[in-house]
Design a protein around this ligand. Structure first.
Ligand SMILES: Cc1cc2nc3c(=O)[nH]c(=O)nc-3n(C[C@H](O)[C@H](O)[C@H](O)COP(=O)(O)OP(=O)(O)OC[C@H]3O[C@@H](n4cnc5c(N)ncnc54)[C@H](O)[C@@H]3O)c2cc1C
Length: 472
């Protein structure tokens, strides 16, 4: 089939109205969320169900045309943007947004992959349960995208990343076959587990079309606190203490360096600093429980009072109302916007063992600041998961030339990746590889693992048509 004929064939499968090729209509599907990647597609296909996905993939495979699976297009690494040099069809799951089945006794919900995360959370909430994945993009990202990127977010400490929340999957493989693994089992030891290959594969092994998700008890009490501590060591000691006392009730434990905290408050005048004390590090924490009778607030006040002398807690506020809790979280969620305004940023999504976080922070600050005195070195992260974002922000006027800035970014990456490797860490904790981190992955991943990844890719997708140029 020629390209025009292919788009006609796709229109016959999904309906003319669901094939977009006018540049005005396709723009939002071929540019990534952060407007860093600009692609092109022969057309955008918007199938309504798994059978249509299968038929579209099959005609594309026969025509030798690449498929780029796309969810909400909120990904951080350009994984959902088609390469302008490779003839591609973007396969958007946005019309596949049905809740298929609820099995309360099994604690599971079966959904189309195109359901938005916020809608899945709501479907769980409507039946008195919790679907715990929570991201800043939850109003736009889709379950299929969350699975394909093995998304993390703010509740990983308690519930794990997306990988821990999936019981079963349905996917269309690169030759168009449908794999039905929609099993709602918590135990299934029948050989290799294909779903775990699909989770985190970023659209390179197939199109995820449906999933069975785990539901949890809905918390009925929660407490949010903001704590000022003298050092990153103090923050980590506090994490240890909290874990000992509250166990899995700690849902979120985030840290922020002083300069990042001040930057967020400076850049957003609507935010107020609820603490009176100046400190080097700040901890944002949330503790929740599904038992109303458990008085978390009193327990937390006692804990912080004890930690006062042993750990060096300098100051703390515990939100009295929902609105106060929201004010605290607004500071945490203001980071991306504040950094964008502050200058040209090179950000990292590093994870290291929790026990090595302090080493990572100290070494990366020293090395980056030593090499680039004009950079500010900022830290924010999900400390409970060992996921620390180090962000080097340069004055924009120093790097008007994009090529020069990308050279500097490469040098910062090399510094951070070297430190990460020395601490047994990973260059991508939750954002994935996509297009942005392919070279770094090739440089840093164990060669045996890389070889097996390439072989697995070739076995699933011998024509290399499923999201080419991503991950590997
Ligand atoms: C404001 C904001 C906050 C964010 N916060 C977080 C965060 O805290 N933690 C985090 O992990 N991420 C975060 N992200 C990144 C992003 O939201 C997640 O990676 C999300 O999981 C992507 O879902 P999506 O549906 O938008 O996928 P897309 O961006 O559409 O796609 C991402 C990748 O998945 C593939 N893909 C998408 N759907 C399918 C499918 N059905 N089958 C196969 N492959 C598919 C694509 O090909 C691509 O490679 C954030 C993004 C924004 C904009």
């Amino acid at each position: 089939l020629g390209h025009a004929q292919l788009c006609d064939a796709i229109a016959q499968i999904v309906g003319v109205a669901n094939v977009l090729s006018d540049p005005q209509d396709t723009e939002r599907y071929v540019v990534d969320a952060r407007r860093r990647y600009f692609g092109a597609a022969l057309c955008i296909a918007r199938p309504a169900d798994t059978r249509q996905v299968s038929n579209v993939v099959e005609v594309c495979a026969k025509a030798g045309v690449a498929i780029v699976p796309q969810g909400g297009n909120t990904g951080m690494c350009g994984g959902a943007t088609p390469d302008p040099d490779i003839p591609s069809v973007v396969l958007s799951l946005e019309r596949m947004n049905r809740i298929r089945d609820l099995d309360l006794a099994n604690g599971s919900l079966t959904v189309d992959a195109g359901c938005r995360l916020a809608d899945v959370q709501k479907a769980a909430d409507d039946v008195g349960r919790l679907f715990p994945l929570s991201l800043g993009s939850e109003g736009a990202c889709q379950i299929g995208g969350n699975i394909a990127t093995n998304a993390g977010g703010t509740a990983v400490l308690r519930y794990g990343p997306m990988r821990d929340l999936v019981l079963g999957l349905e996917a269309v493989l690169p030759d168009g076959r449908i794999w039905n693994g929609l099993r709602g089992l918590r135990k299934d030891n029948t050989g290799y587990d294909l779903k775990h290959l699909m989770i985190g594969s970023e659209g390179t092994l197939g199109v995820i079309t449906g999933a069975v998700l785990k539901l949890f008890a809905r918390p009925v009490t929660s407490v949010t606190a903001l704590v000022a501590v003298g050092s990153i060591h103090g923050a980590l000691d506090l994490l240890g203490e909290m874990r000992r006392s509250f166990g899995e009730r700690i849902t979120t434990f985030e840290v922020m360096s002083k300069n990042e905290y001040e930057l967020v408050l400076d850049q957003n005048q609507t935010l107020r600093n609820p603490l009176a004390t100046h400190a080097n590090w700040f901890v944002f924490l949330e503790i929740t429980d599904s038992l109303a009778a458990f008085d978390i607030r009193t327990a937390l006040v006692e804990q912080l009072a004890n930690a006062d002398s042993s750990i060096g807690v300098l100051d703390a506020v515990i939100a009295e109302t929902l609105s106060q809790a929201e004010q605290i979280w607004k500071i945490r969620h203001g980071v991306t916007e504040a950094n964008l305004k502050a200058g040209a940023a090179v950000s990292h999504d590093t994870s290291v063992p929790v026990s090595r976080i302090a080493d990572f922070v100290i070494a990366s600050e020293k090395e980056i600041a030593g090499r680039f005195p004009d950079a500010g070195v900022y830290f924010v992260g999900h400390a409970g998961d060992g996921n620390i974002h180090v962000i080097a922000i340069f004055p924009r006027e120093s790097y008007p030339d994009e090529a020069r800035f990308s050279q500097v970014a490469g040098q910062v990456n090399a510094i951070v990746d070297e430190i990460t490797a020395s601490l047994g860490g990973s260059i991508s904790a939750e954002h994935g590889i996509g297009r942005s981190n392919r070279v770094r992955l090739a440089e840093r991943k164990d060669p045996v693992e890389l070889e097996f990844m390439r072989r697995i890719k070739a076995m699933f997708d011998p024509q290399h048509l499923m999201n080419p140029g991503k991950v590997l």
